[in-house]
Design a protein around this ligand. Structure first.
Ligand code: PAF
Length: 325
């Protein structure tokens, strides 16, 4: 009798410890360049909350905000090899991994946010996402960085001639750099974590980024002039390691994909809010904001670069994007 009871107790203890193991949540590491309160942080938080809810707590996230794990290129590499689970990244360095992405980095390709979001959510954007698995990355969906604007410490920029000669930090992105050269600036590629110091020390005169980045990175402390050039749309992506994807059940894959959609909605909303309220905030923080940028002059200057873009990406493919209404 005594023996029977101790067997029963041992069996209960064994099954309790087994279910404890089964319930131990998997913690996914997610990295992004800006703060947890920024657009990337907001989108990533909604994604992670939805994943946690949809998997009944079996998956949760640990956030590595503010470039804690390095620049975007390094984080993408880490996701590829599986030492990082997720990255919410601009397309800036992504074209070096998945060349089909490069076309969406062409300056003055998109008219406005509606146009850009329609392309990303439509067949063109969705088709680009299918190119990732063969490069060792899973693209859960498009998020958003925003339209990029120029800041600098020297002068107001209204037209390309005002930008001429300025040493401006750019992303490590050849499509951008080729276009920006036609504006007369000296593009200086640099990883984002080095940028604040470079602006502070005057290693570069300026940089270009969307309002949510200029705000959350406190560039008003080191840059006086902000020109609302909106010279290029900066899409972003939520990338997952294939190591994680390969372990998910079909039902969990659906949870992750739906969570990415909700994260994207939240991230885009934060971009909208920062565009609506952030410019006034930057003025309060001491920046001089130029709203009267001559967009036509910038587009005109860019024409020689478009000849090369047409050669590289196909004039038809560029037109297909431009024609989306
Ligand atoms: O300028 C960049 O490198 C990017 O816009 C940033 C700030 C890392 C966000 O994706």
């Amino acid at each position: 009798m005594k023996l029977k009871t101790s067997f029963a107790l041992a069996a209960v203890a064994f099954s309790v410890s087994l279910s404890a193991i089964a319930q131990t949540p998997t913690t996914l590491k997610i990295g992004y360049a800006t703060t947890k309160e920024s657009h990337y942080g907001v989108g990533s938080t909604v994604f992670c909350d939805e994943v946690e809810k949809g998997t009944q707590g079996r998956y949760k996230c640990q956030h590595f905000a503010s470039s804690a794990l390095g620049g975007e290129r390094e984080m993408i590499e880490a996701v590829q090899i599986g030492t990082l689970d997720l990255v919410n990244t601009s397309t800036g360095p992504v074209g070096n991994f998945v060349p089909e992405v490069k076309i969406v980095d062409i300056p003055f390709l998109f008219r406005d946010y509606d146009h850009a979001r329609k392309v990303m959510d439509g067949p063109i954007g969705q088709d680009i996402l299918t190119k990732f698995p063969s490069k060792g990355l899973i693209a859960l969906g498009w998020t958003e960085n925003g339209f990029r604007h120029m800041t600098n410490s020297k002068r107001d920029i209204v037209k390309p001639a005002d930008a001429a000669g300025l040493k401006m930090r750019t992303m490590e992105n050849k499509v951008h750099m080729e276009g920006y050269k036609t504006f007369g600036i000296q593009p200086t590629p640099m990883a984002f974590p080095e940028l604040f110091g470079a602006l502070q020390q005057g290693t570069v005169d300026g940089q270009e980024n969307p309002i949510p980045v200029i705000l959350s990175s406190k560039f008003a402390q080191v840059q006086k002039h902000l020109s609302l050039t909106g010279h290029v749309y900066s899409p972003a992506l939520l990338l997952l390691s294939p190591k994680v994807w390969g372990k998910l059940s079909d039902a969990d894959k659906k949870v992750f994909t739906e969570a990415a959609k909700k994260g994207s909605v939240a991230q885009r909303k934060k971009v909208n809010d920062d565009e609506a309220n952030g410019i006034a905030q930057l003025e309060k923080d001491g920046m001089k904001v130029i709203r009267t940028v001559d967009g036509n002059a910038f587009r005109e200057a860019l024409k020689p670069a478009y000849v090369n873009y047409a050669k590289e990406f196909g004039a038809d493919n560029i037109k297909k994007i431009q024609d989306v209404r």
